[in-house]
Design a protein around this ligand. Structure first.
Ligand code: UDX
Length: 430
């Protein structure tokens, strides 16, 4: 039986709660803490404060099996555990730089709560710029005079499949301060069957940012190539089939659309641009990745105008309000600029999403939220599909022609089959 570790998870957001449930399901003892008492209460009652497939069932099971408990005081989280994961958010400041405040406060609170001579391992799982664990977390623990080990273990969770990614990661990155720390964390992850890279703290932090920068760049490059394909009058998919015959080019994550959203890519790439510039190197390619992404949504609206002319008074269906399918997360969702631009052009927007309506209504209150695809499409002059929800991928010409006044459809996530769009004025990016 693998040794059961007692793990504290500080921060019960999308990363922390998913990590907590994953560790509990692997047989470890997990103590959860969050400074937000409402969040503590929701988690204790088995209700994740956000939508994530499979998480509620996993959480209820972990609570029922008493493998996961939530405590009201940081003292109990620290003193009851041997490994402490910091999973707090690192939001963007207005200038795009990373706000390390929550991480600083969490680390300080951990150091203050320690108050005994037990050696514990503090693991930074929050996405932090290279050098943060050494410059922010380590000094706080040193100042408290506690016997600690420190590590960086970035997460690569994709929303909508985060629990799957936590249970079956395709790689584990361990930035450590000593071989002993590596041994402790390898034992914790013993049930994972993926490659483990053991490196130093700063390199582990760098791997996370480089990964997200590369993935975001892939999306923007796919969008650029698709925009070029539009001009050449060729189908991007066919071109990519040819390109992917080159073994050096992996075709994954090269799906063009209305641009990337979410709480990670925009934030992490902006933080890289800000920190690079502050360090004297301006990452111009990453600036271009962001700039192209900012504008990409407009291509969907341009197609509507090409087909419908002036959009004043036109009723447009916006299918998918979350930043992608299988999540209720609307952070940086491209549905926001799309809706705002349509409304600015005088259109009437009917929005529908299986999970993100509540969150979206606060962002663009002028959008008329409706409760089904049919209601959104009924009488519509045009439609933009913005999130790759499974509920939308089966839509055919019959749906659009049967419900819409003008079947003008833009597939912004490339999930509809053009061959099933006979009689629809259909466009997808690229
Ligand atoms: C991403 C990374 O994938 C994950 O490893 C990291 O831990 C967090 O950030 P996530 O933001 O949940 O995960 O979503 P992801 O599936 O990566 O998509 C991000 C955005 O890019 C979405 O808006 C999606 O629609 C868009 N996208 C993705 C594309 O436009 N084209 C693609 O080919 C892939």
């Amino acid at each position: 039986m693998a040794t059961v570790a007692t793990v504290a998870i500080v921060g019960l957001g999308p990363v922390g709660l998913t990590t907590a449930v994953a560790f509990a399901s692997q047989g470890h003892r997990v103590i959860g803490f969050d400074i937000d008492e409402n969040r503590r209460a929701e988690v204790t009652q088995g209700k994740p404060p956000f939508y994530e497939k499979g998480l509620e069932a996993g959480l209820k099971k972990a609570l029922r099996q008493k493998r996961l408990s939530v405590v009201d005081r940081m003292d109990d989280a620290v003193r009851g555990s041997g490994i402490i994961f910091l999973c707090v958010g690192t939001p963007s400041k207005p200038d795009g730089s990373m706000d390390v405040g929550p991480l600083h406060d969490a680390a300080k609170s951990v150091a203050t709560a320690w108050r005994d001579e037990k050696t514990r391992t503090v693991v930074v799982k929050s996405t932090v710029l290279p050098g943060t664990a050494e410059s922010v977390v380590r000094p706080l623990l040193q100042a408290a005079g506690v016997p600690f080990r420190i590590a960086v273990n970035p997460e690569f969770l994709r929303e909508g499949r985060a629990l799957e990614d936590a249970l079956r990661p395709d790689r584990i990155i361990l930035g450590v301060d000593s071989p002993g720390t590596a041994r402790i964390l390898r034992a914790l992850y013993r049930s994972s069957r993926c490659p483990v890279l053991v490196t130093d703290l700063r390199t582990a932090e760098s791997v996370k940012y480089a990964t997200n920068a590369l993935l975001a760049a892939k999306v923007s490059l796919a969008n650029e190539l698709a925009n070029l394909c539009d001009g050449f009058g060729v189908d991007y998919d066919e071109v990519l089939r040819g390109v992917a015959l080159d073994p050096r080019i992996n075709p994954q994550f090269l799906v063009p659309g209305v641009g990337f959203g979410g709480s990670c890519f925009p934030k992490d790439v902006r933080a890289l641009v800000a920190s690079g510039t502050a360090n004297g190197y301006r990452p111009e390619l990453l600036e271009a990745v962001l700039a192209l992404n900012e504008r990409q949504f407009a291509r969907a609206i341009a197609f509507l105008e090409k087909e419908l002319g002036d959009l004043v008074g036109r009723r447009i269906a916006l299918l998918g309000l979350a930043f992608k399918g299988n999540t209720d997360d609307v952070r940086e969702s491209r549905a926001v600029p799309i809706a705002r631009e349509l409304i600015a052009k005088g259109a009437i927007v009917a929005g529908y999403d299986p999970a993100a309506m509540k969150g979206f209504s606060k962002l663009v209150p002028e959008v008329h939220l409706v409760n089904s695809v049919e209601e959104a499409l009924k009488g519509a002059d045009g439609c933009i599909l913005q999130a790759d929800w499974p509920a939308f991928s089966g839509l055919t010409a019959k749906d659009f022609r049967g419900l819409m006044t003008n079947p003008v459809v833009v597939d912004g996530r490339r999930i509809l089959d053009p061959k099933k769009m006979r009689g629809v004025r259909f466009h997808r990016i690229g």
